[in-house]
Design a protein around this ligand. Structure first.
Ligand code: HMG
Ligand code: MG
Length: 302
């Protein structure tokens, strides 16, 4: 049977806004985070403490943290931030953040393009980062990108994804988010990948899935993962998003589309769809383009 409740891990302010051409003013970002929390999202990934030149859209991470300092100190809703290395972690700790995410690649090419490190070298960068975070009592999530396919390398072997995932768990990550960065995965592939993690003895209850909707498969893939026992789903309000270092990536699975499906299945998320849709419509106004989410469009016509 399906679980009664799942966790939606909202990535709009980070994965969504990192790929917008418009640089959104910090006050708008702060309001976006506040509205998402008010809509009942239980986790909101807020920004990235990466090298500013690499993702100019999120170069204001420290200012954003100051704007939402009350939410950070309140601590009821985790506000994770991406940190690639010790420098990024340091910057996040300075702002009192208690949840960080490292982001590894399952392929050599994307590791080089996204992190300026080879596949093996990325672990040398993460190892002291995770160790320091854990010493500071900070929770560490780990992403694996290019779990299904890579724009430069094509198909990505499942055993390689499992190997990279295992190495990230071994470093001390509490949760692993399996990313279909360019959205090429299909439900059978999702099922096979999750089965391979289970067969390798890795805990399915500590896996999350992170789908991009490039080929319109994100929701079907989420359903396959739900059936396979996954209970944490990454999604982006209004379907914003992409990755600046993977040209073929479009937006994430829209949070609204996911919520509509879950609630239809009788699976609770704690999210108030109406508040969320009005948030996405408000953000679409700030960005000057309509949300690509089908549910946002349908309810706006409603
Ligand atoms: P690098 O150029 O090799 O940096 O970049 P470095 O380690 O050689 O350091 C050079 C200088 O940068 C030093 O300063 C560092 O202090 C500084 P200097 O001594 O020359 O004055 N520096 C930093 N400054 C501020 N914050 C930092 C930082 N790090 C170094 N954190 C690096 C290597 C990893 C930093 C770079 O490649 C980077 O920032 N990459 C991030 C790319 C990114 O954010 N991509 C998007 C997120 S991933 C994604 O979207 C996929 C995901 O959604 C899942 C999916 O869909 O698959 C998560
Ligand atoms: Mg992503």
């Amino acid at each position: 049977g399906l679980p009664g409740r799942v966790t939606i891990y909202e990535v709009g302010p980070r994965d969504g806004l990192q790929n917008e051409k418009t640089v959104v003013p910090v006050a708008v970002k702060a309001e976006f985070v506040r509205r998402l929390v008010a809509a009942g999202l239980p986790v909101v990934e807020a920004t990235s403490f990466v090298r500013p030149g690499w993702v100019p859209q999120l170069a204001d991470a420290a200012e954003l943290a100051d704007e939402i300092a009350d939410l950070i100190h309140d601590g009821r809703v985790p506000l994770p931030v991406l940190v690639p290395n010790e420098r990024g972690l340091e910057r996040a700790l300075d702002k009192g953040l208690r949840h960080v995410a490292i982001f590894g690649s399952a392929t050599e090419t994307f590791a080089r393009r996204n992190l300026n490190r080879g596949l093996d070298e990325q672990f040398a960068m993460f190892e002291p980062t995770v160790a320091r975070a854990r010493e500071a009592g900070v929770d560490v999530r780990a992403y694996v990108s290019m779990c299904f396919g890579d724009p430069w390398e094509g198909d990505v072997p499942i055993d390689r994804v499992v190997d990279v995932g295992k190495r990230l768990f071994d470093l001390g990550a509490s949760q692993l988010s399996l990313g279909d960065t360019i959205g090429v995965g299909t439900p059978g592939h999702v099922t096979a990948l999750l089965r391979a993690f289970a067969d390798a003895g890795l805990p399915v209850d500590r896996l999350a899935v992170h789908f991009h909707d490039t080929y319109g498969q994100a929701l079907a893939n989420a359903y396959a993962a739900l059936r396979a026992g996954v209970t944490t789903f990454d999604a982006s309000a209004g379907g914003l998003g992409g990755c600046p270092y993977a040209e073929s990536a479009t937006g994430n699975l829209a949070t609204e589309d996911l919520v509509w499906m879950l609630h239809g299945l009788g699976v609770e998320s704690g999210v108030d769809l109406e508040t969320l849709v009005s948030t996405s419509n408000w953000m679409a106004g700030r960005l000057g383009r309509p949300s690509p989410s089908r549910v946002v469009a349908a309810l706006a016509r409603g």
